[in-house]
Write a protein of this length. Structure first.
Length: 258
């Protein structure tokens, strides 16, 4: 622990598992105070209590990020629990993969409610406080889907492209107010979502092997590796990084496949 985030009061969404939980653990280890949000109340309470036992200062709330009223209430609770939020990590997201012509209106809405509207709800709720405090940092967990397309994953890439657009737009809008807005784009990460994706194929082991072959290093990222990048981007170590996206995919999106 080096106290890189000692003065940060960070709200993290989707914090009960996967990348979000890894980020919460990494931020806590660097001295941040945390306010954790997740839809799964039981899992969130379990993980939050484990972090508290490890010495983390935090509060938490089960909330649906697609519901602006719930998020406004959570931000008020955060201020009471740990003080006014000065950093936000929009991590919560869901995979919605369909054939375009077979995508129902309900699935389209579900994809954009969580992957885009939810991030905006959280951002809108914390922005006034960041501005009044003279600055802060927002980090959107995007994806390599934000600038590349994998067939059969519609409409997920559309939402991630839009999230990257929101990152750039808000970064420019509030730069003069001292608010940095950036994105982090992981590729494949060893989370339950990726395991579920492999399990959707007739031969999950073959699907996993094919994924590994796509990567120059022959492996995919761990949640902890993504968390290390998130700590850097939310810290004061990159004060002039704004309205941009850092890719962490082991070179996947750079390599041309035959």
């Amino acid at each position: 622990m080096t106290d890189r985030l000692k003065n940060k009061r960070i709200m993290i969404t989707g914090a009960a598992q996967g990348i979000g939980l890894a980020i919460a653990r990494a931020c806590a280890a660097e001295g941040a105070s945390l306010f954790l949000i997740d839809l799964d109340a039981a899992l969130l309470a379990t993980e939050a209590q484990a972090l508290q036992k490890g010495g983390a200062r935090l509060g938490f709330a089960a909330a649906n990020i697609a519901d602006a009223a719930q998020i406004s209430a959570a931000v008020e609770q955060a201020a009471a629990d740990i003080g006014q939020i000065n950093a936000l990590i929009n991590n919560a997201g869901i995979n919605v993969f369909h054939d375009p012509l077979e995508t129902s209106d309900e699935e389209w809405q579900r994809c954009f409610d969580i992957n885009l509207k939810g991030a905006w709800n959280c951002t809108k709720a914390v922005l006034p406080g960041l501005i009044s405090a003279g600055g802060g940092a927002i980090l959107n967990i995007a994806s390599t889907h934000a600038f590349t397309i994998i067939p059969k994953t519609f409409p997920y890439p559309l939402a991630k492209h839009a999230l990257l657009g929101m990152t750039k737009s808000l970064g420019l809008e509030y730069a003069a107010k001292g608010v940095r807005v950036n994105a982090l784009a992981p590729g494949y990460v060893s989370t339950q979502k990726v395991i579920d994706y492999w399990n959707s194929f007739p031969d999950p082991a073959a699907a996993k092997a094919e994924t590994m072959k796509l990567h120059p290093g022959g492996r995919i990222a761990t949640p902890e590796e993504v968390a290390l990048a998130a700590v850097f981007m939310i810290s004061d170590e990159c004060p002039f990084m704004n309205a941009t996206c850092l890719t962490i995919d082991g070179g996947l999106s750079v390599q041309q496949h035959g």
